[in-house]
Structure formats: C-alpha cells, structure tokens
Ligand binder design. Structure first.
Ligand code: GDG
Length: 727
C-alpha cells in the first residue's frame, strides 16, 4: 500500500536529557507542526526529522511507536545548517530582512550535507509507491536529492514561509542550486498566488525555465507550482479553547480584566512578527486616543525562539524596553496597559486568551501565512471580536473581513485599533462569521486533500526531452516513409530553425544554403513546403517570394500557401483547453470575494466583482491579475484589467491555428513533418497528427519527438533527406 512519508527539519517532538539523566520528550509547537501533525495522524505512514540531541534506546521506542524516524544531525552540523544557513540566510532573506542575512559558504555546505543525510535516511526506508512530502525552507535541496535516489517517486514540497520577489531571491549566492533542488519535486506548494508568481519568475530569471499554466519544465520533467493556503484544524482549536481547563481560565481572565476591552497578541519572538512596531502603534493609540486609556489592555504573549541568534536576542531586548517604557508612561497602580508574557503557554491558556480577546492584533512585517489569525477566528466565532491583520501576512489574502493594516504605518495601525475598539457588536459578528465560514471551509483537512489531489495527478504535460539525432541518421530513419508517400507536407519555422539568428533581425535573409535546402525539398514529387514564421509578410515575401514554398506570417495572421496567390488573413479558432486551468484559478477568487462571479465567453473568461465589497475585491483583483500575467506570459492569452473585472482573453492566433487552416486549404497528406526551435512552435507540435515527424532544434525539452542541434544540422538533414528520396 502506498504510504505517505512526511519530512520536516524537526520532528514534532524534541528529545532532551533531563536533570536526572533520563530522556525527556517535549512536544513542539509552531506553524508547521500545527499544519502537518493532523495529516500524519490521519494518513499513517512515517515522519522523518531531527529528534533533538539525545536519542537513547527508550527514546527510540517512543519514536517508533509514533512512526517518527529520526535523522541524525550533530550539534555542529545543526549550527551550520539550521542556525546558520536556514535561519541566518534563508529566513531573513525570504522575509525581506536583507540586513539580517549573512551568506557563509561553509554554512551552505552544512546545509547540503544535512539535506543529503535526510535523502539517504529516507531512501533507506522508502518503498515503491510511497509518496514523499517535504516541508519547508530547511530542506529545499532535498527534492532533487531524493529524485536522484528514487527517480520514480512522487515527491511534493511545501514552503511555509513567503517566497520573495525574484530580485530579493536573486541575492542568494546559491540561488540556482536552491531552485534546482526544488525542481526535483512534482509539485511545489506555497501559501499564496503572489509567492507562486515570485517562484515562477525566479525560475525564469535564474534558470531560464518558462512556465506554462502553472507548470514549469525542468530537464524534461514537469513541475507544478501552485498556491495551497494552509488551514487549521478547527476541531482541535475548539477542543482546547472549550476544554474545562480553558473554561476556568476564561472565568479568571474575565474577572481580572473586567470592564476592559482586551487586545491580544500571540507571536513567536521573531523580528518578522513586528512586535516593536505593534507596541509603538499601541503607544500611539494610548496617546492619540486618550479615551481608551482606562478601558483597554494589551496581552502580548511572546514565545521564545532561536535565542542563540544575535538578532533574536536584540529583538527581545528591544521589546522588553518598549513594554517597560509604555507601562511606565501610561500605567498606574493596579492598571498596567500591557501584560507581557515571555514563554510558551499551554494550549488551554492559549484557547482561553483567544476566547476573551475582543481584538486580535496580528501585525507581522512578513509572514508566510500566520495561523494565529485563523485560530483566533475559529476560537472566537461565537462572540463579537475583531481581527486586525497585517497585509503582509499570507492570511490577509483569505481573511478579507479583517481590518487590514500596514504595520510600518504606526499612525494608521493606531487608527485601525481605534476603529476596531469602536466597531459595533453587530458588525463584529457579521465579519467574524464570514471569516469563520472560510476558515472552516479551507481547514487543514481541505488543504491536504487539495494538495494531495494535485500531487497524485499525473502531470499532463507532454513536454519532455526529445531524442537527439545526427542529421544523417535522422534522414536515414525518415526517408522510407517519405519515399512511399504520395503527398507530403513540410512545416518549417524560419529563424533559429533553417536560418541562424543574427544580431540585426532584418539581416537574417536566407543564405544560399538555406535556399538550396528548401528548394531541394520542393522538388520532391507531391511535396508542399510551408514556412510558418512569426515574421511579417513583407520580409518573407522579399526573402522567399521567388521560391516554391508557401508562407505563413505573424504566427498565422497571414497566409500565402502558393506563390501565385495573394496574401490572405487567417481566422480565429475557439480553443477551449486553456479555460480549465484559468477557470480553476478564478473559482478560487469567487470563493474569496463574496458576490463575485465568473462569466464564460467563447474566447474569454471574466471575473466580475462589481457587486462585491470594494476594498477587499480591488486588492484581490490586483493579486489575481499579477498572477495570471506571470503564469500566462507565454500563452496566446492576454490579461485585461477592466472596470471591476479581470478578463483573460485569447489572442486567437498561433502556429497551431495556422496548421488547421493549412490543412483545410491544401490537405490531406500521407506524410507530415514539422520543425521548429521555440515556444511558438510548440503550439504547432501540439496539434499536428500523432504520426507527424516533429523535430525540435536545440537542447531544450519540447513536445517534438526528435531533435537536431542547430539550423546547420537542419539544413544538412533536409539535403540528405532530399538526396535519399530522389535517388
Ligand atoms: C511558519 C510560518 C506559517 C505558538 N506558540 C504557542 C503555540 N503556538 C502555535 C500557534 C500556531 C503556531 O504555533 C504558530 O503558527 P504561525 O503561523 O503563527 O507561525 P510560525 O511558527 O512562524 O510558522 C507561518 C506557518 O509556518 C504554517 O505554514 O503560517 O507564516 O512562519 O498554531 O497556536 N501553541 C501553544 N503554546 C504556545 O506558546 N499551545
């Protein structure tokens, strides 16, 4: 039976030596564990990760029992791989904290070594048919290392943190190796459409790999990149928030805080979470809106994190100084404005805080998703509460009914807190319920189901590495079929296929060799030769007007299939295939923006949001348009941003549509061949009959079945073929 092998840097438990010398097992908390643990529970299978330093026999039994497989990493490797490259290079860079990022080659080497260790440990235990799911930025080389060891395994990757814009990612000295590492996966999942777009543009910029409807092709393999926003386990949150221990805490807190509105912050103490700016905004609220001074309190829980890294220690000192300043300035005996808690808290305590908080203040400067925002909504949905949420948290794209803030704008955040405090109960309730429905609908189980469905789907791409031939051997192979054909068709691209590229495109007139290769072909009995090019008709006329070849200009806008004809215009086709993918993306936005809908036309799909709440919908529309533009960059499609709508429309013309016209006018044939070198030729390869001889020029993956190395090889091939057939 197929098993699911989960892989993350740490296991969800850490083993430590207690004072008495025994092994202590401590459960870890954090966003990744919250997302992945329910999957491990429901799926069976194994979970690979670092277990902590102290694994003795008794501990091994405990791990076995829980189906956890320890990956051994020494303390010094951990320093280089985890504290070093993961948390002092990748983490700051991916969160746009360039000033905290350092790049040390030795730390990267430790990162690679540990990724290899993971690969070896997994390969030892993997069985045919297993699905492997790798999590997060500490293991970005692993998909490729696994692919080398287990070529046919189904491998998924999920990134829990943001993927930055390609300019920022490009600062990473090992950017190519990291991208190649990721590309070992079949599916790369991220939280938002923005991160997916950034990832695709990095692949394009740094590996020269182009995307096609959410899929990129690397070394002949299809890799899907998709947004799969992580959800929470609503039943778990409600379980601990309504436990009897939580009930007692709720009663205590209500008594202690009586008469005051409670603002709540729950954050790991990490510079990305924006605690100092949150405290500044709270200070501004107290000073600029004095009416609240006696009636509000901020409970801020800061969970200790990565305390061995200097930037984290500095952050802690700054937070403590600010808390002291603000309490000193605005407190009075028995009434301190900020209750600051620096430790992990039990889940019942967390649940009680979510329940009593009138306002959750979630204001990270960057955050992949932020589950605290969703947990608050789940725990508080029965009561009127307000979520104040940073627009730089991934969760903001789904939780449109929150009050959205830019945390760098301290005055704006203070004003948003004031707006939250003033919000009437009815409005709080209706916003909360709308968010709750979405949090529930996109919970962790739905997230896993959707991801898994995408991972299990066999890739639909037919783009692979074509078989490479020498010109002579290809001619030998094809000649017999051509010799027995009565009517044959040769569709040949011009630039980069039968003629080399030159610096000045206007100077690429055919050489004698080009002309003789083409004229040789036209002399074969029953042969029709058509140049199918993106060039304009005047140039093609000038260059090839005196030969017997037919011409198609501007990717099928103009046709002149016989020398004695006039040029005439091509028509549109109503291709529907692209709609499936675009529709799946638009449907997602219909779910996010209540009141929006999709209109389908013959050659376009339109997402309309006229009836939807303005602020949220405009925001989503921009994200959608940016995403589609990036993902459809190489398609014969255009993205139009209209008045309250985003439309994806077909250009209607490409070399594929040109083929249909050619066949109608001069077909049928009993032998067909198509040759081309670039993306536009792929549209032709996609539509020709399956027994067509398709030839790609160059080393890249392609839909074509065979390849030749260069335009020169194409000319030699055509001449040899002509010679063999006419002999
Ligand atoms: C990364 C990304 C992304 C925290 N402290 C305690 C505690 N927690 C639990 C919370 C929540 C989780 O930890 C924190 O999740 P976040 O999403 O807020 O943040 P990160 O740990 O930074 O996680 C993040 C996430 O991965 C998932 O993909 O959302 O953007 O940075 O579940 O409840 N739970 C208890 N006591 C604590 O003291 N019981």
């Amino acid at each position: 039976m197929s098993r699911l092998l989960l892989v993350s840097n740490r296991l969800p438990v850490t083993l430590r030596r207690s004072r008495s010398g025994n092994t202590e097992i401590v459960k870890s908390s954090g966003g990744l564990v919250a997302g992945v643990a329910p999957v491990h529970q429901s799926e069976g299978g194994l979970w690979f990760g670092y277990p902590g330093e102290h694994v003795d026999k008794a501990a091994r039994e405990v791990l076995d029992e829980a189906r956890y497989v320890p990956v051994t990493v020494s303390a010094s490797e951990m320093r280089g791989y985890y504290s070093g490259y993961s948390n002092s290079s990748l983490w700051p860079l991916f969160h746009y904290f360039i000033e905290h990022a350092r790049f040390d080659r030795r730390e990267f080497e430790a990162y690679r070594t540990v990724n290899e260790r993971f690969a070896d440990t997994i390969a030892e235990r993997a069985m045919p048919g297993d699905t492997i799911w790798v999590h997060d930025y500490q293991l970005m080389l692993l998909p490729r290392l696994l692919r080398e060891r287990l070529p046919s395994a189904r491998i998924g990757f999920f990134l829990h943190i943001p993927f930055p814009s390609s300019e920022v990612f490009g600062l990473l000295p090992q950017r190519e190796e990291i991208l190649r590492g990721l590309a070992g996966a079949d599916l790369i999942g991220v939280h938002t459409y923005d991160y997916a777009r950034h990832l695709v543009s990095s692949f394009r910029r740094y590996l020269g790999v182009f995307g096609h409807e959410g899929t990129i092709n690397v070394d002949g393999r299809a890799v899907e990149i998709a947004a799969h926003p992580l959800g929470i386990s609503v039943e778990d949150v409600r379980g601990y928030a309504y436990s009897s221990a939580a009930e007692n805490r709720v009663a205590d807190l209500m008594r202690d805080m009586r008469g005051r509105q409670i603002l709540l912050g729950i954050d790991r103490l990490d510079y990305t979470k924006g605690l100092p700016l949150k405290l500044e905004a709270f200070r501004t609220l107290l000073s600029d809106y004095p009416k609240w001074r006696d009636s509000i309190v901020l409970i801020q829980v800061a969970i200790p994190s990565r305390t061995n890294i200097e930037s984290y220690r500095a952050q802690k000192a700054e937070v403590e100084r600010l808390v002291g300043d603000i309490n000193g300035a605005f407190g009075r005996p028995g009434r301190v404005p900020i209750h600051y808690i620096y430790r992990s808290i039990p889940s019942a305590e967390l649940g009680a805080l979510y329940r009593v908080a009138d306002i959750a203040v979630v204001t990270p400067l960057r955050d992949g998703m932020n589950l605290v925002a969703k947990e608050y909504v789940a725990a508080h949905s029965d009561a009127p509460g307000v979520l104040v949420l940073s627009e730089f948290a991934g969760a903001a794209t789904e939780l449109g009914e929150a009050i959205r803030v830019n945390p760098h704008d301290v005055d704006g955040t203070a004003a948003a807190l004031n707006q939250a405090l003033e919000m009437p109960a009815a409005e709080r309730k209706s916003r909360m319920q709308a968010m709750f429905r979405r949090v529930q609908g996109n919970d962790v189980h739905a997230w896993y189901r959707r991801y898994r469905r995408a991972l299990d789907r066999e890739s639909t791409t037919d783009i692979t590495l074509p078989e490479r031939y020498s010109p002579e051997s290809l001619a030998e192979k094809i000649a017999p079929a051509l010799r027995s054909a009565k009517r044959s068709l040769f569709l040949i691209d011009y630039d980069g296929t039968i003629r080399e590229f030159v610096d000045d495109p206007a100077a690429a007139s055919p050489t004698d060799e080009t002309l003789s290769a083409l004229e040789g072909l036209t002399s074969i009995k029953g042969a029709r030769v058509v140049i199918v090019s993106g060039r304009g008709r005047e140039l093609l006329d000038d260059w090839l007007g005196d030969t017997d070849v037919g011409l198609v200009a501007e990717h099928g806008l103009w046709f002149r299939l016989a020398p004695d004809q006039e040029w005439n215009r091509g028509g549109h086709r109503a291709d529907q295939a692209w709609k499936t993918y675009v529709m799946s993306v638009l449907d997602e936005y219909v779910g996010r923006v209540p009141g929006s809908l999709v209109e389908e036309k013959v050659a376009s799909l339109v997402w309309h949001y006229r009836a939807a709440a303005d602020d949220l919908a405009n925001w989503q529309a921009r994200e959608l348009a940016n995403y589609l533009e990036e993902f459809l960059a190489n398609e014969p499609l255009e993205v139009l941003v209209g008045a309250k709508n985003v439309e994806v429309r077909q250009h209607g013309l490409n070399k594929g549509t040109a083929y249909e016209r050619i066949y109608q006018e001069i077909g049928p044939f009993d032998f067909e061949m198509a040759i081309g070198d670039d993306r536009t030729d792929e549209d032709l390869f996609a539509v020709v009959p399956s027994d067509t001889v398709t030839i790609h020029v160059g080393p890249e993956p392609s839909r074509a079945g065979m390849s030749l190395s260069s335009p020169e090889a194409v000319r030699i091939f055509l001449r040899s073929l002509t010679g063999l057939v006419r002999r």
